[in-house]
Design a protein around this ligand. Structure first.
Ligand SMILES: NC(=O)c1ccc[n+]([C@@H]2O[C@H](COP(=O)([O-])OP(=O)(O)OC[C@H]3O[C@@H](n4cnc5c(N)ncnc54)[C@H](O)[C@@H]3O)[C@@H](O)[C@H]2O)c1
Length: 129
């Protein structure tokens, strides 16, 4: 059986990815620090759960994963603390990339709704700063 780790499993997207992976036969470790997530989202989650902060806690328990799903970026536009954003969004993901590199663990990164819902890039459109 393949092993998947879903980071941000108590969030909207992570909880739904985790459910789908389990349905498809994956062994799933769900990880969350409840920054914005809720137990309601994982009430029927059938995998293993770890309460952990991927920006600072050990990642060693992910070593036998085949894939990591990074679904834990802070997306709330009312969060104005830039340091918190950098640690949670940039530093956490950088740590995961570093950890996965030599172990050949695939990473799935959720892009931003600002990208997926905006006008597609056009070569005729001037670049914005
Ligand atoms: N919801 C959308 O419409 C949408 C669209 C496009 C992309 N995305 C992306 O998908 C991802 C998830 O979005 P969402 O809407 O599910 O957000 P969400 O806030 O519902 O879920 C994020 C989860 O990550 C957890 N978390 C935050 N920091 C953590 C940390 N350091 N360690 C462990 N867990 C942590 C939170 O507690 C929460 O459960 C984000 O990266 C977001 O940019 C969301």
């Amino acid at each position: 059986m393949k092993n998947a780790v879903v980071i941000g499993v108590a969030g909207f997207i992570g909880s739904n990815i985790a459910k789908k992976l389990i349905k498809d036969g994956y062994n799933v470790l769900g990880v969350d620090n409840f920054y914005s997530g809720t137990f309601k989202n994982i009430i029927d989650f059938k995998g293993e759960f770890a309460c952990s902060d991927v920006a600072k806690d050990s990642l060693d328990r992910f070593a036998d994963a085949d894939a990591l799903f990074f679904e834990s970026a802070i997306t709330d536009t009312t969060v104005m603390n830039q340091e918190e954003m950098m640690i949670n969004n940039y530093e956490a993901f950088r740590r995961l990339l570093e950890f996965s590199k030599d172990k050949h663990i695939k990473i799935v990164y959720a892009s931003s709704a600002a990208t997926s819902k905006s006008t597609p890039p056009s070569s005729s459109r001037p670049a914005l700063p």
